[in-house]
Design a protein around this ligand. Structure first.
Ligand code: PLP
Length: 445
């Protein structure tokens, strides 16, 4: 019997009694959280038949091509019928085809290593840095610098490399070898009124490298635009300067594109707005838009070569494995997803509709003093709420919560973020599917 044929009340009871929901208190879960049962484009329906416009891309920046894509479902079905699995140490049609297509969007990058979540993709990057440190620097150049406000994952290593205090609370002690440097949010300036905020914030990173000793630091990891830490696009000079500093001290630059990748910011990848080429790029959420679990750690040929055979080296390969990084249906889903983004011009649409949304929010800011700042790029935008524009005092958590709840009541799903930047969740975030139309943008506004 197909259990989904149970009536919805039974399923909802099972949900309340058996399912442990992410980031949800037991009290909220037993009161019942919405059960979404169908999606089409940006529209979702819950088990009561209520309709929502989803401006959160599945709650956590995932569904870049929207819901209900038959083309992806067909590609997954076909691959499952042809061959569902063999380990990633062997070749496969979808792994090869997706890698070739993806690298076509990433000039300067050369190799794709598959895994199944954003955290895992970042762990792979860290392990590459560590193995390179052991091969070439007697293990010394092993430290990884991460930025305040950035988040890189839920595992203990990636959490050790994350700068969001509230996510780290109660999980210490953390892994050694990860060191924090200051964020680059100009609206919440830590360096006063400086001429070029990007250069100043990058210099703060360099100070930490010098403090630690450059011969102990192997890499820097950065989100091109910080997501959960407060929707923070860097000042325009920042990332180029970060790249230069990394080159000066022989550090690998890891770009965490888990959220920004695949068109979210109006470019194929967030870093491409800033004229830099990283050494390692990680990606996950929009890679298959939630039709399957997949992530990638993409490297330059130089990084790949460093982890190949050398004279007298018996460990001439990257000594890592990911059982489900070899899931062929996930790679087939990713290929179909990328084909859709390309064919429908969704990167351009993200840039165009993002501009419209941003302009609409700026008009709202002219009308409501509650809006302290509006920022972001493409369809990756945040509204920071304050009680007073002068002092920039964040609004009480209950206000942003009430706004998000009111939106939901009216059938609009939005996100909230940023506890660690101000101590409050005072940023509303907007990240609809990249297929959003002008009319839907206007509804969101
Ligand atoms: N990196 C960033 C920037 C993220 O926002 C997230 C998750 O939200 C991750 C990594 C971790 O990805 P996952 O939850 O797939 O492990």
């Amino acid at each position: 019997m197909n259990t989904f044929e149970q009536d919805i009340d039974t399923l909802r009871t099972w949900d309340r009694t058996h399912v442990w929901h992410h980031l949800t208190t037991g009290q909220a879960a037993s009161a019942g959280v919405p059960m979404f049962v169908r999606g089409e484009g940006l529209t979702l329906w819950d088990s009561d038949g209520k309709e929502y416009l989803d401006a959160s891309a599945g709650g956590v920046w995932v569904t870049n091509v929207g819901y209900g894509r038959k083309e992806i479902a067909d590609a997954v079905y076909q691959q499952l019928m042809d061959l569902n699995y063999f380990a990633g140490s062997m070749a496969s049609k979808p792994a090869a085809a997706f890698a070739e297509k993806l690298l076509g969007k990433m000039p300067g990058m050369s190799r794709v290593y598959y895994s199944s979540s954003g955290s895992e993709a970042n762990e792979k990057a860290f392990k590459m840095v560590r193995q390179i440190a052991h091969k070439f620097h007697d293990g010394k150049k092993h430290k990884i610098l991460y930025r305040d406000r950035d988040y890189h994952g839920t595992t203990l290593a990636t959490l050790s490399a994350s700068g969001q205090a509230e996510r780290r609370e109660q999980f210490g002690p953390f892994m050694p070898g990860f060191v924090e440097f200051p964020h680059c949010c100009e609206y919440r300036s830590q360096f006063g009124d400086v001429e070029d905020y990007g250069l100043r914030a990058a210099a703060a990173m360099e100070e930490v490298i010098l403090q630690e000793g450059p011969d102990t630091v192997g890499a820097v990891i950065i989100e091109p635009i910080t997501a959960g830490g407060g929707i923070i696009p860097p000042p325009s000079s920042y990332l180029r300067q970060v790249r230069e500093i990394c080159d000066r001290y022989d550090l690998l630059l890891i770009m965490d594109e888990v959220v920004c990748g695949l068109g979210r910011t109006g470019a194929w990848f967030g870093y491409q707005h800033y004229d830099v080429v990283p050494d390692i790029v990680t990606m996950a959420k929009g890679v298959a838009s939630g039709y399957a679990a997949i992530s990638c750690t993409v490297t330059t040929e130089r990084v790949y070569e460093m982890l190949q055979e050398a004279e007298g080296d018996t460990l001439g390969y990257f000594r890592d494995i990911s059982t489900f990084g070899g899931c062929l249906a996930s790679q087939a889903a990713a290929l179909a997803n990328l084909n859709i983004i390309e064919r429908e011009g969704l990167v351009k649409n993200s840039a165009r509709q993002g501009e419209r949304l941003l302009a609409g929010f700026r008009e709202l800011a002219d009308r409501y003093a509650l809006i302290g700042d509006v920022r972001g790029k493409g369809l990756f935008l945040g509204i920071e709420l304050v009680t007073d524009r002068q002092s920039k005092q964040p609004v009480d958590e209950r206000i942003s919560m009430a706004i998000a709840a009111k939106c939901k009541e009216h059938g609009l799903l939005i996100g909230r973020t940023n506890r660690s930047l101000t101590g409050f969740n005072n940023i509303l975030n907007f990240s609809p599917a990249l297929t959003i139309t002008e009319q839907q943008v206007d509804i969101v506004i």
